[in-house]
Structure formats: structure tokens, C-alpha cells
Design a protein around this ligand. Structure first.
Ligand code: TPP
Ligand code: MG
Length: 546
């Protein structure tokens, strides 16, 4: 068999449905083999966007998303997406081409050491030097990408290997179950939880990766232990739950951190140090039980005293069966914090000012999104408002990147979500900065006939950095940008363009867009003038008075 045919057959046997990317001449054998396969090629306008889409496919399905590029410049364009998948624990396989490795008459033209470049960004990176190795290399790339902790892998398929003949055979996935936590670690955790006075449950990204939502809700209902979430742990348990204390969108000085200061034990389910810290551990402070698939990476802000290591859902099930709610547990202060959080979340939701107030924006978006609707955020200051104020009702309905926190992923991640869940409503939320980093993918979205809305929050600035600049006491300098006319820009791609004129119109406009097939770009002018006052100053003052 031709090696590139075997390569595609091996991908099919891994259950690959899509390859996102841009081929170059070094991938043409593979492209030809792909033509007759069950795998759809999703051609993008930039390799970075293909990588973000593949990673998000992996995040949502647990199966490695696959992206493709040529050698040199195509492969270097995948670098940010590799880091995004690797830090964000999203299973992804990158396939890149290369010049012939046996004989070549091109000198060093376009040749970069891609395998070496990918090494710090992946769990596995390898050049395929013989058709014979294709099945094992592909199986290994998937095994590593998908196994805990998931991440990025990379295979380089050189042109002369792709077209050679091989009699190698596919290696199929082996059946295995995830290891379960050992009984004594459960007993130890139960003892610590029983001995605590103010235990608190934290739900992080790992709990969003596999099905642990039902058992975690049972855990909360049965034990009565209040919980909070990290940005990437949003929605595992419905955030309308009466014991939900809030989201750790900020690392300190929010209402939630008052509860964290009072706790003596955090039961941390699925959070790891790659996310921006939801709290900082201190010597002599509260203890932490790390419930995760793997032992904790240690950091000056994180050094848990106990690990309950194994499948998260099973560990939670075992714990909930053994924990007996204790009379001495005292959650009164936590519930006071909850009350203050809820009051604060109501502030600004009816503010009519225009350009639009972020709190009102979040409120209006929540109102139009169904329970299973997905919002996909780019990176900017609005991410804090959405993480903090937008309650997620179901797992993975708020897609944001709190690991690499790269700009530019909002639109591609929303497109991938729509491809995985064509029947669900999907809304991308981007700043005017982040949107323009991958806005060329509007063409891809239009070509794929995706029904998708993209909110572009226009403050004519890199607002997040302005907010930090103000917080650090610096003068306002160097962060203002100009913008295209977003309505005309959208229309030039064959998308629909809208510009919001009044805050009160946002809800009806979004409903109109959801009811009208196609890609919709909605420009929303935003008023960030209170961000510094509210997020940097008032929250600190108000929360410390609880
Ligand atoms: C690729 C990338 N470049 C730079 C940054 C640093 N950064 C974080 S947020 C931000 C500004 C975002 O601006 P915009 O998208 O307009 O959102 P806003 O905060 O204005 O709402 C910058 C420059 C980043 N996170 N990622
Ligand atoms: Mg901006």
C-alpha cells in the first residue's frame, strides 16, 4: 500500500472525522489519499485557526482533533495553537509535511527543524522516517494526545516517505479502563473532610473533560458542601445551584476570596496550576485535597497535602458514598458571601448607557442563550465579566482559554463548537483586538454555511491591557487602535453585518440572528470606563466588609 494511504487509513481507524488545515506541496500525496476517505477536510485561511479548531474539537469530544500544514511557514503558524492545546489540556494531533529526507535537490529551502520546534509544546513529536512505522507512530500520537493530561502531539510526514510503498498494518486501539483511586486515599480524604469545619469544593477544568457532572451534583446535594469553579471548570455543576458561591475569574480580592480565606479545607476537583490560580496557598493556611487523574504539579501557589488520584468521576462517587455530613460543619459565612455575590451580580444589569455596560451585556447574552447554548470567548477584559457574571448551566457551555489565554481563538473555537454540535446555538464573543487576529476565518465559516453569531466588542483599544495599565498607576498610553467598519467588513465576506445602536436592542437582535441562517457579525460598542473602579477598587473594598 502507498504510505500516505496507510496514513489516512490509520487516522480513520482512530475515528478521525475532520482534518483542519492548509496543505502545501509537501502534503499532496496525503491530500490525494484523503480524497477517497471518510474524513472531511476543513480548509481554513490560516494554520493557527485550523489548530484552534482542532484543539477545540478535542476539548469537546475527548478525541484528538487533527490539523494539517505544510513544512516551514505552515508549521510555524501552528505554534500558538500547539501551546493552546498543550496548556489547555485539549487533545490535538498536528501533521506537517517536509521535504524528502532521503535525497533532495532543494538545499535548505523552507527547512526548519519542526520536530525540534514542537518539542517544548507537545507531549510527543516525531518524524516518520519509514512507511513501516506509520501505524505505531499514529497510535502513539493519539494515545498520548488523548490520555490524561491531554495535550498536543505532532507527526512530520516527509514527501518521499508519503509516496513509498509499505506492507505495514494498522495498529488498533487497545481496550483499557482508567485507573481508579485506591481505597486508602479515599479513607484519608474522608477523614480530612470530616475533621474540617469549613470545607469547600472547587471544580476545575479536569472536571469538564470527562463526564463527572452528574456525580459532582450528587456530591454537593448529599454533603451540602458549597462549591465554586475556575474559569475552565464552569458549568460542570449548574451555577444556579443554591450552594454555588461564584467563579474565580480573578485570583484575589473578589467576594469569593473571602470564603476562601475562611475555609480550612479545599477539595479541589480537576483544577491544575496551568489555569490562572483561583487562590494562593500559604504555609499554615487551609489544606487542599487534590482530586485528579494525576498527582499535582507543585508550584509556590499550589502544594496540596493529599492526592486522590484516579478517574475523577469514580473518586467523587467513592467520596460521596463515604462522607457523612458533620454537625460541626459551619457554612454560615459562605452563604453570606453567596448572598453578597448574588447582589453584586445584579448591579448594572439594567444600565441603559450606550456604548454598552459589560454587566448589561453579560445579562442580555445569558437571557437569549438556551441552557445548552455555547459561548466561545476570545481573550480580553470582557472574559473576566463573562467568567464572573455569566452563569453556566451545563458542562462546556462556556469555552474560554484560561491556560495560554491567547487572543485569536474566539472565532475558530466557536466554529469548531458549531461543527461538533450543529443543532446548538453558538455565539463567539471577541474584542476588536482578538477578532481581527483571525477574522479571515469568516470566509471559512461562510463557506461551511455555519449558523453562527460573532459579537465584536468595540472599545477601539486593547482594553484588557488598558485596565491593567490603570491598575498599575501608569498613564493611558500606547493601546488605542483603529477599526474597520465591521458591518461592511462582514458583508464583504458574505456574512451578515449588524451594528448595535442601543443596549436594549441587543436581546432582540441576537434572537433575530439566531433565527436567520448564516454567519452574523454584531458590532457592540462597549463602555469599559468603570472596569478599573469596579474590578480593581470596589470589589476589594466591598468584599472585605462582609
Ligand atoms: C496573542 C496574544 N497577544 C497578546 C496578548 C496580551 N493581551 C491580552 S488581552 C489583550 C487585549 C485584548 O484586546 P481586545 O481583543 O480588543 O479585547 P478588550 O480587552 O479590548 O475587550 C492583549 C493585548 C494575548 N493574550 N494574546
Ligand atoms: Mg478592545
Amino acid at each position: 500500500m502507498k504510505a500516505s494511504d496507510l496514513f489516512i487509513k490509520a487516522l480513520e481507524s482512530e475515528g478521525v472525522e475532520y482534518i483542519f488545515g492548509i496543505p502545501g506541496e509537501e502534503n499532496l500525496d496525503m491530500l490525494n489519499s484523503l480524497k477517497d476517505s471518510s474524513i472531511s477536510l476543513i480548509l481554513t485561511r490560516h494554520e493557527q485557526a485550523a489548530g484552534f479548531m482542532a484543539a477545540t474539537y478535542g476539548r469537546l469530544t475527548g478525541k484528538a482533533g487533527v490539523c494539517l500544514s505544510t513544512l516551514g511557514p505552515g508549521a510555524t503558524n501552528l505554534v500558538t495553537a500547539a501551546a493552546y492545546a498543550q496548556l489547555g489540556a485539549m487533545p490535538m494531533l498536528m501533521i506537517t509535511g517536509q521535504k524528502p529526507i532521503k535525497t533532495s535537490k532543494q538545499g535548505q529551502f523552507q527547512i526548519v527543524d519542526i520536530v525540534g520546534m514542537m518539542r517544548p509544546l507537545t507531549k510527543y513529536t516525531c518524524q516518520i522516517a519509514s512507511g513501516y512505522n506509520i501505524p505505531s507512530r499514529i497510535r502513539e500520537a493519539f494515545r498520548l494526545a488523548e490520555g490524561e493530561r491531554p495535550g498536543a502531539t505532532h507527526l512530520e510526514l516527509p514527501e518521499d516517505i508519503a509516496c513509498e510503498q509499505t506492507n505495514s498494518e494498522i495498529i488498533y486501539q487497545s481496550h483499557h479502563r482508567r485507573p481508579l483511586a485506591e481505597k486508602r486515599s479515599i479513607t484519608h480524604a474522608v477523614e480530612m473532610i470530616h475533621a474540617a469545619r469549613h470545607p469547600l469544593l472547587l471544580i476545575g477544568a479536569g472536571a469538564n473533560r470527562k463526564q463527572s457532572s452528574k456525580v459532582l451534583k450528587e456530591f454537593v446535594d448529599r454533603t451540602g458542601i458549597p462549591f465554586f469553579s475556575t474559569q475552565m471548570g464552569k458549568g460542570v455543576v449548574d451555577e444556579r445551584h443554591p450552594l454555588f458561591l461564584g467563579n474565580a475569574a480573578l485570583s484575589a480580592n473578589d467576594f469569593l476570596h473571602q470564603a476562601i480565606h475562611q475555609t480550612d479545607l479545599v477539595i479541589n476537583v480537576g483544577h491544575d496550576v496551568v489555569e490562572k490560580p483561583p487562590f494562593f496557598m500559604q504555609h499554615g493556611g487551609f489544606k487542599v485535597i487534590h482530586v485528579n487523574y494525576l498527582t499535582a504539579s507543585i508550584d509556590p501557589v499550589y502544594y496540596p497535602q493529599l492526592g486522590v488520584i484516579g478517574d475523577i468521576a469514580d473518586s467523587i462517587w467513592q467520596l460521596k458514598e463515604k462522607i457523612i455530613p458533620q454537625k460541626k460543619w459551619d457554612f454560615r459565612y459562605f452563604l453570606k458571601v453567596k448572598k453578597a455575590v448574588e447582589e453584586h451580580l445584579k448591579e448594572g444589569i439594567d444600565d441603559d448607557r450606550f456604548p454598552m455596560y459589560p454587566q448589561r451585556l453579560v445579562y442580555e447574552v445569558r437571557k437569549v442563550m438556551p441552557d445548552d447554548g455555547i459561548i466561545a470567548l476570545d481573550n480580553g477584559v470582557y472574559k473576566i465579566w463573562f467568567a464572573r457574571n455569566y452563569k453556566a448551566y451545563q458542562p462546556n457551555t462556556v469555552l474560554l482559554d484560561n491556560a495560554l489565554a491567547s487572543m485569536g481563538a474566539g472565532l475558530p473555537s466557536a466554529m469548531a463548537a458549531k461543527i461538533v454540535f450543529p443543532k446548538r446555538k453558538v455565539l463567539a464573543i471577541c474584542g476588536d483586538g482578538g477578532f481581527m487576529m483571525n477574522s479571515q476565518e469568516l470566509e471559512t465559516a461562510v463557506r461551511l454555511k455555519l449558523n453562527l453569531i460573532i459579537l465584536v466588542l468595540r472599545d477601539n483599544a486593547y482594553g484588557m491591557i488598558k485596565w491593567k495599565q490603570a491598575n498599575m498607576g501608569f498613564d493611558d498610553f500606547g493601546l488605542d487602535i483603529g477599526n474597520p467598519d465591521f458591518v461592511l467588513y462582514a458583508r464583504s465576506y458574505g456574512a451578515n453585518g449588524h451594528c448595535l445602536k442601543k443596549s436594549v436592542d441587543l436581546g432582540p437582535l441576537l434572537n433575530h440572528c439566531f433565527d436567520t441562517p448564516g454567519v452574523h457579525v454584531v458590532e457592540v460598542p462597549v463602555d469599559y470606563s468603570d472596569n478599573d473602579r469596579i474590578l480593581n477598587k470596589e470589589l476589594k473594598a466591598k468584599s472585605s466588609s462582609i
